[in-house]
Design a protein around this ligand. Structure first.
Ligand code: TYM
Length: 334
């Protein structure tokens, strides 16, 4: 009866993106996708999940690969349970306002500031050529985030600096035009999955070739799991689970009780690496059950994915156009 007086509740905005640069892997899943799905499907959030295809152009120059990767990301999200009625799932390039906002934000960001970005410094250190798209990558990413007045950005540890940049850039803009346009976004980095290890024990990463693919075929997944790098301990030896890559990957799939049981097997000895890998593979195959079929079915019907992405793009664009109207007015373009 008091509904009339109740204040409208403000929903926090959640946003996250994945570059369409190739195979999706369990680093992407545990580091970001899982949180995006669980929180995104929750009515408490107004959620945006997108395929960062403009960003992918900084490295991918193969149009079929770029296009296929975008479809795979969308299909993977849906197969893993993302509800597209609750989460706006879209391609970045369907909302060209991202590029427009980046062009405007470029004018409050200096070159020395961008030169401090990890990705730029890594390329410099390796003497690799840096295109302008890569150099300005953090500005486009800030545009992605600020466009939707985002509160929270679930990501892996490797994106932390990018979110800090987005916060800084929000402040640079607000101060330059003396407005309160952009709020400062927060990263959401889950401690236990901040850096998911690859089969070599280093951070799982497409560019390092150490991934376990989410929805690659069974043989590919088996090859990756069997290739996990181990030491030369004998099956009977007691092993330290915390420094063991098989354990560190396997635990991501398990409940607390299951982790304790697995930990005990490593610590007691009599648990060889072959058996540990077989059991990890079994867990992964169990995880994939149902999801892999949904993924394959969607991938065999790309027009369905395209339709969902188009619908998401339209929804995102309405929001983006509102922001750009405000921005264009503030800076004097309108
Ligand atoms: P990308 O495509 O490299 O990775 C997508 C997400 O997966 C996470 N991730 C990991 N997390 C834990 N352990 C790992 N081994 C691991 N590997 C990848 C990443 O942290 C990321 O959350 N710049 C972004 C894409 C992007 C974006 C955005 C993200 C563009 N605009 C706006 C958030 C908000 C990227 O390259 O992610």
């Amino acid at each position: 009866m008091f509904e009339f007086f109740s204040k409208p509740t403000y929903k926090k905005v959640l946003l996250s993106g994945i570059q369409s640069t190739g195979t999706l892997h369990f680093g992407n899943y545990f580091g970001a996708m899982k949180q995006n799905i669980e929180l995104g499907n929750d009515d408490a959030f107004d959620s945006y999940v997108f395929i960062a295809d403009y960003h992918a152009l900084t490295t991918v120059k193969d149009k079929e690969a770029l296009h296929r990767s975008a479809l795979e990301i969308a299909a993977a999200y849906i197969a893993c349970g993302l509800d597209t009625n609750k989460v706006t799932l879209f391609r970045q390039s369907s909302v060209p306002e991202h590029a427009e906002l980046a062009v405007i934000l470029n004018n409050v960001v200096t070159m020395p500031y961008l030169m401090r970005a990890h990705a730029f410094k890594d390329h410099e250190a390796k003497n690799q050529e840096v295109n302008v798209g890569l150099f300005c990558y953090p500005v486009l990413m800030a545009a992605d985030i600020l466009m939707y007045k985002t509160d929270v950005v679930p990501v892996g540890q490797d994106q932390k600096q990018h979110i800090e940049y987005a916060r800084d850039i929000a402040g640079f803009y607000n101060r330059a035009w003396n407005v309160e346009q952009f709020k400062l976004p927060q990263d959401l980095i889950m401690k236990d999955v901040a850096v998911v290890p690859g089969v070599d024990g280093e951070k799982m990463s497409k560019s390092k070739g150490n991934v376990i693919s989410l929805f690659g075929d069974d043989a590919e997944v088996k090859k990756a799991v069997m290739g996990i790098v181990t030491d030369s301990a004998h099956p009977d030896d007691k092993k330290n689970p915390d420094t063991n890559t098989i354990f560190n990957i396997h635990k991501l799939f398990l409940t607390h009780a299951e982790i304790d049981a697995l930990r005990a097997k490593f610590e007691q000895g009599g648990y060889g690496y072959k058996q540990a890998k077989d059991e990890l593979l079994e867990t992964i195959m169990k995880w994939r059950m149902g999801k892999k079929e949904t993924f394959d079915k969607l991938m065999s019907n790309p027009s369905k994915i395209e339709a969902l992405l188009e619908e998401g793009g339209k929804r995102a664009r309405v929001r983006a156009q509102q922001t750009m109207k405000e921005v264009r007015t503030q800076v004097g373009l309108e």
